[in-house]
Ligand binder design. Structure first.
Ligand SMILES: [Fe+2]
Ligand SMILES: [Fe+2]
Length: 175
């Protein structure tokens, strides 16, 4: 399938991806558990890769940088909902708001990125409908990756973490 993106744009996105991948603040997500056999950091970069892969195959003008940053920070809530009793109860509903607030505090995010983070739990958060194509692409990519992770066996977890770390080390396949 044709990709609607220039070489220069691809390089720019790759550079942005690497900036976030190596940011110590973002790396804190490695300590946050999410689904089975994964962590928040791996999960978010997997979502970012899938969202961009899908976005660049669309003819429509899209804000690819917002998709990339929104996907990377969509679960930037930075607490372990399994051990935090207060936050556990309403984690599914509240974590997009917490992630967006953290992202606004730590990074200079655009209103579109903020919106992508806030609406990624639709239809669970039924009132928070993703109105833009960018937000819907991230929401769908998150659903896809989260379902896959939830269905993965916990067995061989460490091996899989190594494999995933290798997979997320670049946005585009290196030739
Ligand atoms: Fe989430
Ligand atoms: Fe997620």
């Amino acid at each position: 399938m044709k990709e609607y993106i220039s070489k220069e744009e691809k390089q720019e996105l790759e550079n942005l991806y690497q900036t976030y991948l190596n940011d110590p603040k973002v790396k804190r997500m490695q300590d946050i558990r999410i689904h089975r056999g994964s962590n928040c950091y791996i999960h978010c970069f997997k979502v970012a890769k899938l969202a961009i892969k899908r976005a660049i195959k669309r003819k429509k003008e899209l804000d690819l940088k917002a998709i990339l940053v929104g996907a990377i920070l969509h679960d930037y809530y930075l607490y372990d909902w399994r051990t935090n009793k207060k936050l556990k109860k309403k984690h599914a509903k509240n974590h997009p708001k917490i992630a967006a607030a953290n992202a606004r505090r730590d990074f200079n995010i655009s209103p579109l990125v903020n919106d992508i983070i806030l609406t990624h739990m639709w239809p669970y958060n039924f009132k928070m409908f993703p109105k833009t194509t960018e937000a819907r692409i991230v929401m769908n990519a998150d659903n896809h990756i989260a379902t896959k992770e939830a269905l993965t066996s916990i067995k061989y977890k460490s091996k899989r973490i190594d494999k995933y770390m290798d997979y997320i080390k670049s946005l585009f396949e290196q030739k």
